[in-house]
Design a protein around this ligand. Structure first.
Ligand code: BTN
Length: 324
C-alpha cells in the first residue's frame, strides 16, 4: 500500500489527531491506527503525543519524479530513457536487470522508497526500510565488450562522492572496490551488475544505496560499522530529490569521461579519495588470507597491495579487504 497521503499529513509541524487523519483520508480511526503501526514496522519513526495526536519524529521528503527532473539541466533530462519512482519494489537493480533485454533505449533510472529484497555485494542483503534512504539504479548500455568496463564501479564511487560533496557532505573516502565512507564508516554502497554480450554490446545496471536515515531495527543487523547522513550532517541534512539530481548529474558526467578514457582518465581523482592507500589491510582471497599495505590501484582499477617487497594485484570479484 502507498502511504504518501498519510505521510504528507504526518509531516506537518503540529501533531494531528487520529480523528482528523481519519476525516482527511476518508477512512476509520482504526484504519489510521493500523496504517500508523504498519508505517512504524516499515521503519518510519512516528511520535504519539497524548491528547495531541501523531507526528513524524523527523520530516520525510518523499521522492518525486518532477522534483528530481527539476534539479537536472535540460540536456541531461533529454538523454534519460526513463525515470521511475516506485513506492515498494523487490530491488531497483533486479527490476532493471529483468527489463534490460526487452526494453530498448539507454539511461533508464529506477528508484524506490522501500526495497523488499534489496541486494548488496556477494549475495548480502541491503537493508531497505522506508526511512528516507536512497535506493537508486541506472541502466547504462555500452557498445564495447565487458572487458572494457574494468574500474567502472570505482568511477561510480567517485561520482557518488562528488554528488554528496555537491550537497555539502564532508570527510568522504572510497574504500576499494565500492564502499563510500564518511568518517571511516560506511555511508553508501555500490553494486554494478553486467549483462549482454561478453564481447559487446553489453550493459551495466549501476545500483547505489545511500544511508540517509537508518532506523534502529535495520541498523542492528548491519554487520559492519555504518553511518547515515542524518548523523553525519546533523541538522544540515540535504534534500533527497536534490541529492538524486546531483547523483544523476555526476554519474552521467563520469560515465561520459569513462567512455572516452576508460578508468585511466579518472585514476588521479581516485587517488584523492583512496581510503586504503598507505594503510595496513587484510585480504581474504580464494587462496587464503594475507596482510599487506594498500598501494592504490592500477590502470584497470585493480587493487595493489605490497606484501614484504612484492606488489600483488587483486580484482574486485575475487577478494574482500578490510583495514587492520
Ligand atoms: C554493497 O555495498 O554491498 C552494495 C549495496 C548496493 C545497494 C543498492 S540499493 C539500490 C540497488 N538495488 C539493490 O538491490 N541494491 C542496490
Amino acid at each position: 500500500m502507498d502511504y504518501r497521503a498519510l505521510l504528507a499529513l504526518l509531516s506537518q509541524d503540529k501533531p494531528i489527531s487520529g480523528g482528523h487523519l481519519a476525516q482527511q483520508l476518508g477512512v476509520t480511526r482504526s484504519a489510521i491506527w493500523k496504517q500508523i503501526n504498519r508505517l512504524r514496522a516499515l521503519g518510519v519513526s512516528i511520535e504519539a503525543q497524548a491528547s495531541r495526536g501523531y507526528r513524524l519524529t523527523w520530516p520525510l521528503e518523499l521522492l518525486e519524479k518532477s522534483a528530481i527532473l527539476s534539479e537536472l539541466p535540460f540536456g541531461i533530462r533529454q538523454r534519460l530513457g526513463s525515470l521511475r519512482v516506485y513506492w515498494e519494489i523487490d530491488s531497483t537493480n533486479s527490476t532493471l536487470l529483468r527489463e534490460a533485454s526487452t526494453r530498448s533505449g539507454d539511461l533508464h533510472v529506477c528508484l524506490a522508497e522501500i526495497q523488499s529484497a534489496g541486494r548488496g555485494r556477494r549475495g548480502r542483503q541491503w537493508q531497505s526500510p522506508l526511512s528516507g534512504n536512497i535506493y537508486f539504479s541506472l541502466l547504462k548500455r555500452f557498445e564495447t565488450g565487458m572487458s572494457t568496463l574494468s574500474g567502472l564501479s570505482l568511477v561510480v564511487g567517485l561520482a557518488t562522492i562528488q554528488a554528496l560533496s555537491d550537497c555539502g557532505v564532508k570527510n568522504l573516502a572510497l574504500k576499494w572496490p565500492n564502499d563510500i565512507l564518511a568518517d571511516g564508516r560506511k555511508l553508501a554502497g555500490i553494486l554494478v551488475e553486467l549483462g549482454g554480450e561478453f564481447l559487446g554490446p553489453c550493459y551495466a545496471v549501476i545500483g547505489i544505496g545511500i544511508n540517509m536515515r537508518i532506523d534502529q531495527l535495520s541498523g542492528a543487523v548491519i554487520d559492519q560499522p555504518w553511518i547515515d547522513l542524518a548523523q553525519h550532517c546533523k541538522e544540515k541534512l540535504t534534500g533527497r530529490n536534490q541529492l538524486v539530481g546531483r547523483l544523476l548529474y555526476q554519474l552521467l558526467d563520469a560515465l561520459d569521461r569513462f567512455n572516452v578514457t576508460g578508468f585511466t582518465g579518472l585514476q588521479n581523482d581516485y587517488a584523492r579519495y583512496d581510503f586504503l592507500r598507505g594503510k595496513e589491510v587484510k585480504i581474504d582471497a580464494p587462496q587464503g588470507s594475507f596482510k599487506g599495505i594498500g598501494m592504490g590501484v592500477d590502470m584497470r582499477g585493480a587493487l595493489l597491495i605490497r606484501q614484504r617487497d612484492v606488489t600483488h594485484t587483486y580484482d574486485s570479484a575475487e577478494v574482500t579487504v578490510r583495514t587492520v
